[in-house]
Write a protein that binds this ligand. Structure first.
Ligand SMILES: [Zn+2]
Length: 497
C-alpha cells in the first residue's frame, strides 16, 4: 500500500488559493466520528475554485434524474493530489492515501472537506427495497476522516450488508439498460405477446373456417338436434370440431383452456362465418367482373320447404383463360312470382355485385311467360332499361320441350320403352326382398352393379341415366327376371295342386 507522500506545504500554499475553513452543520454532527482532529488540518485550506469540482462528494447530489444518471456514469471522484492535508492523530500526522483508491474501488475523496466517501452508498442510499433502512452517514453524508484506522474502517464498511446492496444497485444500473430502452423492450415484449395471441386466434379461426367451407361446399347441414358437447346428435359442425380437437393441439387448447364465452362454436358464429365467407366470395366475384360485360341466367322453383327460390348465375368471358366463366351468385326467395317481383329481385341481386343493366348483354330464362314474355315478362322489363340485351331461351329447357313433344306421347314404341324402364325400377327397388335377390346375383356373378334410377319427370335429358343403368346391368337383370319367373311358376303350380 502506498503511503502518504512527503509534505510539501509551501508548494500547496502557492498552488491553492487559501481561504477560511467552513464549519458545516455536518461537521458538528460528526464529532463522534472524528477522533483527535486538531487545528492542524485547518492549516491546509484546500478549498479553492480550482479543486471545487462539481463531482466533489461535498456537493449535493444532482436534483434531476438525468443529471444524477450522468453523475453515476462518471463513477467515484478520485482526485490524485501531490499532498493530502494532514491531521494530527495523537502524536502522528496522518492524511488520506491515494493508494486506497486501488484497494477500495468504491472510495472517493473530497478535497473540499478532506474526507472520504463511499460512492455507491452515496448514490443509491435513497433507493427503496433492499437499500432502504440503516445507512452509514460517515460514508454517505458527513464524510470519513479517521485516517488513523482508515483501512480497517473501510473494510468494516465494505462488509456491511447495506454497502453490498448499494454496490449491487450500482452494478445493476451500469449493466442495465436506459429507461427508454427498458420501456421499448417492455413495449416490444407486449407487442410480441399480442402478436402471438393474434396468430393463435387466427389459427383457431382458420380451422373453424375450413370446417365451415367443407360443410358448405357439399351442402351438408351444420346443426343437430341437441348442440351441447355431450350430445350424440349435435350436428356435423360440432362433430367435425370434436374430431379435429383430438389431433390438433391448437384447437384442443382453445376449447379446453380458452374462455367459455369465446369458443366461437355457436350457431350464430356459424352463420357469421358463412356470411363472412359469402362476403369474401362476393368481393372476389366483383373484382373479376369489374368493367366487364356479363350475361345473366336465372330460374325459379320451389324448395322442400315450399318456398319459391330464384337461382342466379353470372357469366362472362375470361380473355386470359379464353373461356366463359360462370359464377353462381345465390338463391333469392320470392314472395311473389309475378314478372315485377322477379325483376326487382334480380335487380337487387346484380346490384349487390355492382352490376348495372347497361353492362348486361344477354339474359337467359326458361319459357314461362313471367320470365320470357315480350310485353310484360322480365325480358321486356330488362329491355326497357337496356334495349341491347338479348334474351336467350334456355337451351336445356328447349331440349326438354323438344323431347317431350316429339317422343313423350306421340311415339308409342318409345312411350312403351320408357314405361318398361320405369317398371323394372319400380319392380326391383319397390321391394327390399327383391332388391336383396338382385344383390345376391351381383355377388354370385361378380359383376359391378350400376344403381338403377327412376325416370325423371321434369328433365328428359336425365332419362339417359336410367337407360344407361338398364344397359349396364342387363345380364344381372336377365338372371334376376329368370329367378323370379321360376319362383312365380313354382308358386303357381303349388297353388294349383
Ligand atoms: Zn458503501
Amino acid at each position: 500500500m502506498l503511503r502518504k507522500t512527503k509534505s510539501t506545504s509551501t508548494t500547496l500554499y502557492t498552488f491553492f488559493k487559501p481561504s477560511s475553513p467552513k464549519q458545516t452543520k455536518t461537521d458538528v454532527n460528526e464529532k463522534n466520528l472524528l477522533i483527535n482532529e486538531t487545528n492542524d488540518s485547518e492549516n491546509y485550506s484546500l478549498i479553492s475554485d480550482k479543486i471545487c469540482d462539481p463531482c466533489d462528494p461535498a456537493n449535493a447530489l444532482p436534483k434531476y434524474q438525468l443529471e444524477k444518471k450522468e453523475r453515476i456514469m462518471k463513477g467515484p471522484f478520485c482526485p490524485i493530489l501531490e499532498v493530502y492535508p494532514r491531521s494530527k492523530f495523537g502524536n502522528t500526522l496522518r492524511s488520506f492515501n491515494k493508494s486506497w483508491y486501488l484497494s477500495f474501488d468504491w472510495l472517493e475523496y473530497s478535497p473540499k472537506l478532506d474526507r472520504a466517501f463511499c460512492f455507491p452508498c452515496r448514490m443509491f442510499v435513497t433507493s427503496s427495497g433492499l437499500n432502504a433502512g440503516y445507512t452509514d452517514l460517515a460514508f454517505t453524508q458527513v464524510g470519513f476522516k479517521n485516517w488513523n484506522n482508515a483501512t480497517s474502517k473501510f473494510k468494516m464498511h465494505q462488509n456491511t450488508k447495506n454497502h453490498s446492496h448499494n454496490v449491487k444497485a450500482h452494478s445493476d444500473f451500469l449493466n442495465g439498460k436506459s429507461i427508454n430502452i427498458v420501456l421499448d423492450d417492455c413495449k416490444t415484449l407486449l407487442i410480441s405477446q399480442k402478436e402471438k395471441q393474434r396468430q393463435n386466434n387466427r389459427s383457431i379461426m382458420r380451422r373453424l373456417i375450413d370446417v365451415t367451407l367443407c360443410l358448405a361446399k357439399s351442402g351438408k347441414p351444420f346443426r343437430g338436434h341437441h348442440e351441447n358437447m355431450s350430445s350424440v346428435s349435435k350436428g356435423l359442425f360440432l362433430d367435425f370440431i370434436d374430431v379435429l380437437k383430438k389431433y390438433d393441439n391448437v384447437l384442443e387448447n382453445h376449447l379446453e383452456k380458452g374462455a367459455l364465452n369465446a369458443k366461437y362454436l355457436s350457431n350464430r358464429i356459424q352463420n357469421d362465418l358463412l356470411t363472412c365467407i359469402n362476403n369474401v366470395m362476393k368481393r372476389t366475384i366483383q373484382s373479376k367482373i369489374k368493367n366487364r360485360t356479363v350475361s345473366i341466367m336465372a330460374d325459379e322453383t320451389s324448395d322442400v320447404g315450399h318456398h319459391e327460390q330464384m337461382s342466379v348465375i353470372i357469366r362472362y368471358f375470361d380473355e386470359e383463360k379464353c373461356q366463359p366463366i360462370e359464377y353462381f351468385i345465390g338463391l333469392q326467395r320470392l314472395l311473389s312470382v309475378t314478372s315485377e317481383a322477379i325483376f326487382n329481385s334480380l335487380s337487387i341481386q346484380i346490384s349487390n355485385l355492382n352490376i348495372e343493366w347497361k353492362s348486361v348483354i344477354a339474359v337467359c330464362f326458361d319459357g314461362a311467360s313471367a320470365m320470357s314474355g315480350k310485353f310484360n315478362g322480365v325480358q321486356a322489363k330488362v329491355k326497357e332499361l337496356n334495349p341491347n340485351i338479348s334474351y336467350v331461351h334456355c337451351y336445356g329447357h328447349c331440349l326438354n320441350l323438344v323431347l317431350v313433344d316429339c317422343l313423350g306421347s306421340k311415339n308409342r314404341v318409345i312411350f312403351d320403352f320408357f314405361g318398361c324402364v320405369q317398371l323394372i325400377y319400380s319392380f326391383i327397388e319397390g321391394s327390399p326382398s327383391r332388391h336383396a335377390v338382385l344383390e345376391r346375383i351381383v355377388q354370385e356373378t361378380n359383376i359391378k352393379l350400376k344403381t338403377l334410377k327412376s325416370l325423371s319427370t321434369t328433365r328428359w335429358a336425365c332419362r339417359s341415366e336410367s337407360v344407361s343403368a338398364i344397359e349396364n346391368n342387363y345380364l344381372i337383370l336377365f338372371d334376376f327376371i329368370c329367378i323370379n319367373a321360376k319362383r312365380l311358376f313354382t308358386y303357381s303350380n303349388n297353388d294349383i295342386t
